[in-house]
Design a protein around this ligand. Structure first.
Ligand SMILES: [Zn+2]
Ligand SMILES: [Zn+2]
Length: 217
């Protein structure tokens, strides 16, 4: 728990070299990353406008870690409530974990959001706190319209699994209707990605907007 706050402070520390502040942001993401580490990092590069050369706008790192921190606080509150509720249920003799599991306890390979782990470019574009609020509301029984993850209400996209079809959200690629076999299948990115390039923000320009010349060729 202190790890996140310690590293958050490092991201803000203007006395540190920028590459250290950047790697502190990564450490924060290993602790909390609602879209998965890589997709959450990609999201933050866009939402906080992290330039390709960090020197071009060092404040972007602080914006990124604050967006993450804000969402984590909301999640911590709900996770505490959940833990208290589970303790009470166990005392009342209800030991089984309720289904569906809360969003933060699902493993990525059996999650409908598996695509975000296999293609860092696919994830909701919601601010992270909005995403956490939305997921918490769903956990509390709300049924907001559209894709449960991102709210998109457009037509779904069919994707073949070789023996059946999965219906995906056209925007975030969440599986809205699973393959009839009941398994979650691998999501194959439309364009192959290179994580090192994303990490170095090859997809961004120095002014913090997406790089129009990427990917090259
Ligand atoms: Zn979606
Ligand atoms: Zn299948």
């Amino acid at each position: 728990m202190t790890s996140f706050l310690t590293h958050r402070a490092r991201v803000h520390d203007a006395r540190l070299p920028l590459h250290r502040r950047h790697s502190a942001l990564r450490t924060c993401l290993t602790v909390f990353a609602p879209y998965g580490l890589r997709a959450t990092y990609h999201h933050l590069t866009l939402s906080a406008a992290i330039p390709r050369r960090l020197e071009a706008n060092p404040d972007a790192l602080a914006r990124a870690v604050e967006e993450l921190h804000e969402a984590r606080m909301l999640w911590l509150l709900r996770a505490d409530e959940y833990a208290a509720q589970r303790r009470a249920e166990k005392q009342a003799g209800r030991r089984a974990v309720p289904n569906p599991r809360p969003w933060w306890l699902q493993s990525w390979w059996e999650s409908p959001d598996r695509a975000w782990y296999e293609d860092p470019f696919r994830h909701p574009s919601l601010r992270l706190s909005e995403y956490v609020r939305r997921q918490n509301a769903i956990l509390d029984g709300a049924e907001p319209p559209g894709c449960p993850a991102c709210g998109d209400e457009g037509p779904r996209v069919l994707s073949s699994t070789g023996h059946g079809w999965v219906e995906l959200c056209r925007r975030c690629a969440r599986a809205l209707a699973p393959c009839p076999c009941g398994q979650r299948h691998r999501f194959v990115p439309e364009t192959p990605f290179n994580w090192n390039e994303i990490w170095r923000r090859a997809h961004m320009s120095d002014d913090g907007t997406p790089n129009p010349h990427w990917p090259a060729g």
